[in-house]
Ligand binder design. Structure first.
Ligand code: NAP
Length: 254
């Protein structure tokens, strides 16, 4: 019996990358999963590729996590179409990198909007269900960039914000059976890091190789590495772990 049988998970930004990896792992372990992504068609296509088990379902829902109305509707649909809600993974994310003197207000606001306002709106909409049933799991993606990352003051600030968000919600929601944690990945091979290589006009393989070289375990990470940690943190085995940020970075921040 899978750890997630009978459970429903909503994973934002799960159309690809780390979010898709987490959604796939939870589905493999028996969960019904709602893939929430900006583009409904992409979300539906990704949901169709999830390895859902017998009796479980997957649905793709189009929603921008920084829009309150869309978030309310997305949570409502997930509950209605999948029969409940037990796990929320706030994974949707974007980067708008620049040094401070070149960073625009839009670059700042967009990044804060998706990572912080998005996590806040999703958690607020989900907690109603979690508190009523005295059970829930909230996991939010932070990053090693939270510790400081040149050219990413917006992203770094948002990702450290996620850690405060996590610690605070762990205190508020713990008495109601809701555990709240974060994962801070290091370099993970996805469209986000490939895009960074392209912006820096570097060969993607070379970019990954250089990062692997300065990482203690001598490799870069995969969405599956993050998904394995997420599946543990959102499971009942982790019920005495809350308010934590787990670095999944091959030792990169040591
Ligand atoms: P990715 O490949 O770029 O995927 C991000 C997904 O989020 C995309 O499907 C994107 O959809 C979606 N998304 C963006 N804005 C959204 C919004 N407003 N509402 C709903 N969905 C939205 O990125 P990733 O590398 O998998 O990153 C996933 C998470 O991990 C992010 O929070 C990121 O900051 C974090 N992280 C990544 C790394 C890494 O090395 N990759 C390291 C540390 C932390 P569209 O394509 O349609 O925009």
């Amino acid at each position: 019996m899978g750890r997630y049988e009978g459970r429903v998970a909503v994973v934002t930004g799960a159309g690809r990358g780390i979010g898709f990896g987490i959604a796939a792992r939870l589905a493999e372990e028996g969960a019904s999963v709602a893939v929430v992504d900006v583009d409904e068609a992409a979300a539906a296509e990704a949901a169709g590729r999830l390895p859902v088990g017998e009796g479980a379902k997957a649905v793709g829902i189009g929603a921008d996590v920084s829009e309150a109305e869309a978030v309310g509707a997305a949570i409502g649909r997930a509950v209605e179409e999948l029969g409940g809600l037990h796990v929320l993974v706030n994974n949707a994310g974007i980067t708008r990198d620049n040094l401070l003197h070149k960073m625009t207000e839009d670059d700042w606001d967009l990044v804060m909007g998706v990572h912080l306002r998005g996590a806040f709106l999703m958690a607020r909409a989900a907690q109603r269900h979690f508190v009523a049933q005295r059970y829930g799991r909230i996991l939010t993606l932070s990053s090693t960039a939270a510790l400081g990352s040149r050219g990413q003051v917006n992203y770094s600030t948002a990702k450290m914000g996620v850690q405060g968000f996590t610690r605070t919600l762990a205190k508020e929601l713990g008495p109601f059976g809701v555990n709240v944690n974060a994962i801070a990945p290091g370099f993970i091979t996805t469209e986000m890091t490939d895009g960074a290589a392209r912006r820096l006009r570097q060969d993607i393989e070379e970019f990954r190789r250089a990062r692997a070289e300065v990482t203690p375990v001598r490799r870069v990470g995969s969405p599956e590495d993050v998904a394995a940690a997420a599946a543990f943190l959102c499971s009942d085995e982790a019920s005495y772990i809350t308010g934590q940020t787990l670095y999944v970075d091959g030792g990169a921040r040591l």
